[in-house]
Design a protein around this ligand. Sequence first.
Ligand code: NAP
Length: 282
Amino acid sequence: MESTTLNNGVEMPMLGFGVYQIPPEETEQAVSDALAAGYRLLDTAAAYQNEEAVGRAIKSSGVARDELFVTTKLWVQDTGEEKTKRAVDTSLGRLGLDYVDLYLIHQPYGDVYGSWRVMEALNREGRLRAIGVSNFHSDRLVDLIDHNEVAPAVNQVETHPFFQRTADQELMAERGVQIESWGPFAEGRNNLFTDPVLGEIGGRHGKTVAQVVLRWLIQRHVVVIPKSVRAARMAENIDVFDFALTDDDMARIAALDTGASLFLDHRDPAVVSQLGNARLTD
Ligand code: NAP
């Protein structure tokens, strides 16, 4: 597995397994299958309500803790100093772990500065090996970096062939922040899996559209965490390290960019209010 070295020296796999929208009762099986297929990076979140099932799969897998890279995320209602401390304890308890490899602020809303100060302290203690953010546009990212001690190691943002984030990635690189893609397949939107350009490129390399997309992201040095509940697709999605896209392939995929989200605009006041007030627990 290829890896990237984060800004604090921690090694992060370039490809992992995401568990968003996997129901809690299916998550243990899915993660067990993913670990058996060779995935070592697992991406969950308090908001996904499946951290316990991820923890059970880790425990029963027998995979050594130091071979795993586990990410979870802080939900908006738990931002702020005291609530973040409790949220980290709760997530670690659900996962059955003493530490996570990466802890992300899930959304750029609420008291993220209070949360960040606590995360910096927990990072120094080793309970959070690396800390980062998700869904931060570049202006918010720069502000967080410029007014705190520790710069985020990662920014996990929507990134796929139809929303490529090249300018954002450039800014992150300048600031030492690793970009991580969520929704690498755009969850199949825009007919991604039957896209003729991606299909033609895959045909020439003997690879599927899914494999072309993941390879394209990894070649751009974007970390990927595709989700699937099917073992055959898990195997397909990790089998992307035995071929390389040509400059021409990369240029043709670059031309698919629409420059806009297929999901939501994190700067839209309606989205800020809707996500910012979504509560996991009363
Ligand atoms: P995704 O990985 O882009 O797409 C998942 C969809 O693609 C599922 O419907 C899956 O179906 C299908 N699929 C997977 N592999 C396939 C293949 N080889 N061929 C055809 N179809 C395939 O979407 P995502 O789950 O939203 O994103 C990935 C991860 O990013 C999440 O699981 C989560 O960890 C993270 N994420 C983070 C945020 C955030 O705000 N930070 C937001 C969204 C997602 P099956 O399962 O039926 O195979």
